[in-house]
Design a protein. Structure first.
Length: 678
């Protein structure tokens, strides 16, 4: 009987409470938050490990949680409340007043709230200076010089030392002060480095850079702060050792440029070592019209031909003297002067063609461009311009139909100019050179280019020779050759050559045959237009490439450079080469121009793999000797030299191999200036 009464009582209790299982429990107890106050946290560390669980009691189960900022406070940044769990990683240190509210599942729901203060502390261990030491420097020199790679694949010299930190909230901000009893190194600064070195990041970063001026050991205190609020901070002390450079030593290379009578002259003596400012002096009789400034610049306008031995001396700001060096200043009768105007475009490996009216067409070539995404890169030109000797100026003309460099151009008998082949460049990193078969015609009458039929084969760094029958022989970039017929505007195959050639020469002989030499070996062959075939002739003494071949008044051919400083003469009568006098320096990618007096002007070019020449010399066929003449105003290689109708030689463009400041881009510097030889 008692068991039956108990069962009835349980049923009545279930019906009274409405229990449905789970958390849905209705009690007679009021709703209350039963968990302890939320704990404190640390910036940058996950809050309460995996989060803090809130609990409640009373009311009707299935609780809903929320929070809101209390008066004068905000929620801790980085934390969130979900399903009764406070979790996340706090990002800012402070004490945050918040109100946590719980509601139950009654209708309407009951709710209750508690205010809490949650403190987020600074974690000083999460921000640290990663730099372990600062590099030493040399007074007067760029601090910590090194090389950076641009996104384009090119390299650039950089200066400065990038400071490193870890932890905290990026970006970082640096400052420095002198340690007690010391000072900051004079000449060095701590600043944003985006203008110094392209590190390839958009985040602010800082580096120590500049040129220290005074030797010594300097103790500095570096402080880094992050972007947290409030900021984390780390501090460390470092020594920086600045030493003096070695005593000055006068550079003997390059030797002083050769001057020319009544033409401006400028040459700067240089040293290795020594602390600026340097003070120069000399003994000996300078050429009349020249003077040496205390900074080592020899300049003026010489008035007489001659050879002038001098002794140069220099001392640095520490009073240290270099060993005196002997030099000879040469003044020749002829030389170069700057042209009145400059080209509209910097160019190298372009073409320059003398037109019947005396103007010069300068077309195509390789220039330099800059991409916001990929940085600086080489770019082939489709631009052309005309040099007017009467006005001494360059004027724009029509654009070519294709951009091209290492192409070829030939004046036709009708006064128009045929331009063929060359490289175009697909923009990739690094760029890809692609030889093209396209050709076009320039008409001086209207200053425009128009496409003509394409060559049989794509070609670059090839040769074109106007034959006596008015056709044009095109040869190279392989062993193939073809003929262009101006009457039909078409190309047809001829040859082939016995050897695949590029960077070779092709010279029209008085017989109407064409002598082809080198590129890449020492062989030579003759093209006979009557037979349309090539045949071997005598070989040169050495293999040559990027050399020159010049027909001299005797009908023989002077071949220079492309391997060393040697030269040789080809005699069509015997079909043989014989050595002749040597040039003063090794040359390749230079020019050789027959002057009206019968001598050959040889100038510029590479004298070594990374050295570009200013020097020039004259070859006299009567004596088979070379003699010095005035130097180019700018060192240059891969440029053009054109004999004008007035007897002057126009020199345009080329590369000076990056001559410039010690923070210039390490790529050949492409020139836009011009000069005249007289």
């Amino acid at each position: 009987m008692r068991g039956q009464l108990a069962l009835v009582g349980l049923v009545l209790l279930i019906l009274f409470t409405g229990c449905s299982g789970g958390n849905d429990v209705t009690t007679t107890q009021p709703l209350a938050i039963s968990s302890a106050a939320p704990p404190s946290g640390t910036m940058g560390i996950a809050y309460a490990g995996s989060g803090f669980l809130l609990t409640a009691s009373g009311g009707k189960g299935r609780y809903t949680w929320s929070w809101a900022p209390a008066a004068g406070s905000t929620l801790p940044p980085g934390l969130a409340l979900s399903n009764g769990v406070i979790s996340g990683t706090p990002t800012q240190a402070n004490t945050y007043n918040v109100v946590i509210t719980v509601a139950d599942s009654q209708t309407p729901p009951a709710h209750t709230s508690n205010p809490y203060a949650i403190t987020i502390a600074i974690n000083t261990s999460i921000l640290s200076i990663g730099t372990s030491s600062l590099p030493s420097g040399v007074a007067g020199s760029i601090y910590n010089p090194h090389t950076c790679r641009l996104p384009s694949g090119a390299y650039t010299p950089c200066g400065g030392f990038l400071l490193g930190a870890s932890g905290g909230v990026q970006p970082y901000y640096w400052s420095w002060t002198a340690a007690p009893g010391s000072s900051l190194p004079p000449g060095l600064v701590l600043k944003n480095g985006t203008t110094i070195c392209p590190w390839g990041t958009n985040a602010p970063f800082f580096q120590i850079c500049g040129r220290p001026t005074t030797a010594g050991t300097y103790n500095v205190v570096l402080t880094v702060k992050d972007s947290a609020s409030p900021q984390n901070q780390a501090t460390a002390s470092f020594p920086i050792d600045i030493t003096n450079p070695p005593p000055p030593s006068i550079d003997v290379n390059p030797s002083p440029a050769v001057g020319a009578v009544n033409l401006p002259y400028v040459f700067g003596f240089t040293t290795t070592g020594g602390l600026n400012p340097l003070t120069w002096s000399e003994t000996g009789a300078l050429p009349l019209g020249l003077s040496l400034a205390s900074d080592g610049t020899l300049s003026g306008m010489p008035t007489a031909v001659g050879s002038y031995p001098i002794t140069a001396m220099v001392s640095d700001s520490l009073g240290r003297n270099a060993s005196p060096q002997n030099f000879t200043i040469l003044v020749a009768s002829g030389g170069f002067k700057a042209a009145a105007g400059a080209m509209a475009n910097n160019r190298e490996i372009q073409t320059a063609t003398l037109l019947p009216d005396g103007r010069v067409l300068i077309a195509g070539g390789l220039s330099f461009a800059n991409s916001p995404r990929n940085g600086p890169y080489y770019s082939p030109l489709f631009k052309a311009e005309l040099y007017d000797p009467a006005a001494g100026t360059f004027l724009p003309t029509g654009d070519m139909t294709d951009s091209r460099y290492c192409h070829a151009a030939t004046l036709l008998t009708n006064g128009k100019v045929l331009i063929t082949g060359g490289y175009d460049t697909s923009f990739r990193v690094p760029p890809v050179n692609t030889a093209v078969a396209t050709a076009e015609i320039f008409d001086p009458a209207n200053g425009t280019f128009s496409a003509t039929s394409s060559m049989v084969n794509p070609r670059a760094c090839h040769t074109m020779t106007l034959l006596t029958n008015g056709k044009v022989l095109i040869a190279g970039d392989g062993n193939t050759a073809e003929l262009y017929d101006p009457a039909t505007g078409t190309f047809s195959a001829t040859g082939p050559m016995a050897v695949a050639r590029q960077h070779h020469t092709a010279t029209l002989l008085p017989s109407g045959k064409v002598l082809v030499t080198g590129g890449p070996d020492n062989t030579a062959e003759l093209y006979d237009p009557a037979a349309g075939k090539f045949s071997s002739t005598g070989s040169m003494a050495v293999a040559r490439s990027s050399h020159t071949a010049t027909l001299v008044p005797s009908g023989k051919v002077l071949v220079t450079g492309g391997a060393d400083n040697s030269a040789e003469i080809y005699d069509p009568a015997s079909g043989t080469f014989s050595s002749t006098g040597s040039m003063s320096v090794t040359r390749s990618s230079h020019t050789a121009t027959l002057l009206n007096g019968g001598t050959v002007l040889v100038a510029g070019g590479y004298s070594a793999s990374t050295t570009v020449e200013r020097s020039a010399e004259l070859f006299d066929p009567a004596t088979s000797t070379f003699s010095v003449t005035g130097s180019l105003g700018s060192a240059r290689a891969s440029y053009t030299a054109t004999l004008l109708n007035n007897g002057l030689v126009l020199v345009t463009g080329g590369t000076d191999d990056g001559a410039g400041t010690d923070l210039a881009v390490i790529i050949p510097g492409i020139l836009g200036n011009a000069e005249l030889y007289q």
